[in-house]
Design a protein around this ligand. Structure first.
Ligand code: HEC
Ligand code: HEC
Ligand code: HEC
Length: 439
């Protein structure tokens, strides 16, 4: 049971959020930027005072599957309890045994979460849960195979693919009618992975999807960076072959969602192209300290050494081609911008896939300005990818800040204010009537 709990904790990637970079396992403290402010994960080691040492199995199951803490306060849905609600009683039990008996207690208090008003009122989540928490555990569909049902259980529950890939509605709820059809996660975009052949991954075979989940790399199609790179590294590559097969079997049956703006599949856009000869012919490739380098110059100076002069990547496929590539072929250029800013760093049993970022962090290569990234990005899109897409300085600036911010807080604040006015008027009316009655 403890072993099973450990496997489920890996499949559910509890450590991705509950372990801070360089921190002790499950001791919490990872800052999770949300459009509403930073939420810190908590310590879920068995420390009695600072972790979940005092949680009974019921308390644990309620936190995991209903999003309610031991003290009765509601958790924010940054903890994916809407997915974990699918966990069976037995799997929740296995997780409880693992966390309370096999994880080492860490006496460490993570920073507290302080969201701005009105989101600091945790009870506001009660109304949200009433609207959006489907608290039913997973029910197998008897018309489907056991493999499909295992896949559905993992995708909807532990592996919580929808947390990133399903678009969110007005109140940040997952829109199940458009499940897995693509959503923004911080600076990255988790693409449409429904069975649609144009907007989704309907053109992938089952084995290709399994290979991508196990290695994060599929030549001529896609590479996993950002949060997908982490999910592959920490979780998916460790799953049993039968479970990866089951996940792929299920994902391939998710109803197709087509974006009418998509003309061709993002995996087939673009072709080999080079302006190198012309650049050489003129005045040589100038350095990017040049005040106004062209996209072609920036490409030859920063990218061609790995992705090669014509963008076709290396023969062994370690450096991917920039055409027939999800990040450049999509109408949404978020992943191209995020790749240039943050690079790729993913380690699996296949080895390390590493591309430096150009965003100006201390570990980065050459720092490129927003303006240079626009010139470079548009050059890459025009020649290697989705030629009709153009990026702007504002998009690059948003990518640097961690993704576009949501209008939700403004709306929530506005409606709270409106609500407060309504309540105030109601009270005033009530008092006025009482006065009338008593006089
Ligand atoms: C996507 C990020 C994420 C993942 C994955 C995740 N958690 Fe959490 N979890 C959080 C955050 C953030 C909080 C604190 C939320 C808050 O303060 O409202 C939390 C809170 C909790 C709590 C409540 C502890 C307390 O008293 O504050 C428990 C228990 C918990 N998580 C268990 C788990 C387990 C077990 C898993 C894996 C099955 C898991 N979490 C996976 C983000 C995550
Ligand atoms: C923590 C967020 C997150 C989770 C969880 C997640 N993904 Fe992803 N996924 C992403 C992001 C972001 C990308 C884009 C990565 C890139 O291009 O570098 C992506 C890319 C992909 C792609 C490649 C699509 C393309 O066009 O490039 C597939 C396939 C995929 N994910 C499948 C899955 C499946 C199946 C699951 C669940 C088993 C899953 N993902 C869970 C964030 C996530
Ligand atoms: C040092 C070598 C190197 C340099 C320089 C480099 N890349 Fe990469 N690039 C890589 C590697 C390695 C990968 C990831 C391969 C994998 O995931 O298996 C990658 C992946 C990518 C991807 C796909 C990322 C995704 O998440 O889908 C894009 C797009 C990309 N690079 C564009 C660029 C651009 C534009 C430049 C120039 C600013 C550049 N690269 C410079 C090595 C490099």
């Amino acid at each position: 049971m403890i072993k099973r709990g450990e496997y489920l904790a890996t499949a559910a990637d509890c450590g991705a959020c509950h372990t801070a970079p360089g921190g002790k396992a499950f001791a919490g403290g990872l800052p999770i930027p949300t459009p509403l402010g930073t939420i810190y994960s908590t310590n879920i080691t068995p420390s009695a005072d600072l972790g979940i040492g005092r949680y009974t199995e019921q308390d644990f199951s309620r936190a995991l599957r209903r999003g309610v803490r031991r003290d009765g306060a509601n958790l924010y849905p940054a903890m994916p309890y809407t997915s974990y609600a699918k966990f069976t009683e037995e799997d929740a039990h296995a997780l409880y045994l693992y966390f309370t008996q096999a994880v080492t207690a860490v006496e460490q208090r993570p920073p507290p979460t302080r969201l701005p008003f009105p989101m600091n009122i945790r009870a506001s989540m009660i109304a949200w849960n009433l609207l959006f928490l489907d608290s039913a555990t997973f029910v197998p569909d008897p018309r489907q195979s056991p493999e499909w049902n295992r896949g559905a259980y993992l995708v909807q529950g532990a592996a919580h693919c929808g947390t990133c890939h399903t678009p969110r509605g007005f109140l940040m709820q997952e829109e199940s009618s458009r499940a897995l059809s693509g959503a923004q996660v911080g600076p990255w975009y988790a693409p449409n992975i429904t069975s649609d052949p144009v907007s989704g991954i309907g053109s992938w075979t089952k084995d290709e999807l399994v290979a991508y989940l196990r290695t994060g790399h599929l030549s001529g199609r896609a590479q996993a960076a950002g949060s997908m790179g982490e999910a592959v590294e920490d979780s998916f590559q460790h799953l049993a072959a039968a479970d990866l097969d089951a996940i792929a079997t299920y994902v391939r049956t998710v109803p197709a969602v087509r974006d009418p703006a998509d003309g061709i599949s993002r995996f087939s856009a673009g072709e080999m192209f080079s302006e190198l000869a012309e650049l050489r012919g003129r005045d040589g490739i100038r350095s990017d300290s040049d005040s106004d380098p062209s996209g072609a110059m920036l490409f030859q100076g920063n990218c061609a050494s790995c992705h090669s002069a014509e963008g076709q990547g290396s023969k062994d496929g370690y450096y991917p081609s920039l055409f027939s590539n999800s990040a450049t072929g999509a109408n949404n250029a978020a992943n191209l911008i995020a790749t240039i800013l943050y690079g790729v760093n993913r380690t699996t049993s296949d080895g390390q896939a590493f591309m430096p970022g150009f965003g100006g962090r201390s570990t980065d290569a050459n720092a490129l300005s927003d303006r240079h990234i626009v010139a470079l990005g548009n050059y890459v899109l025009t020649h290697y990818g989705s030629a009709g897409t153009a990026i702007t300085e504002q998009q690059v600036a948003e990518g640097r800040q961690g993704g576009p911010s949501s209008p939700l807080l403004a709306i929530v604040r506005g409606s709270m204010a409106a609500g407060a006015v309504v309540v105030f008027l109601g009270i005033a009316f009530f008092i006025a009537r009482r006065r009338k009655v008593s006089t």
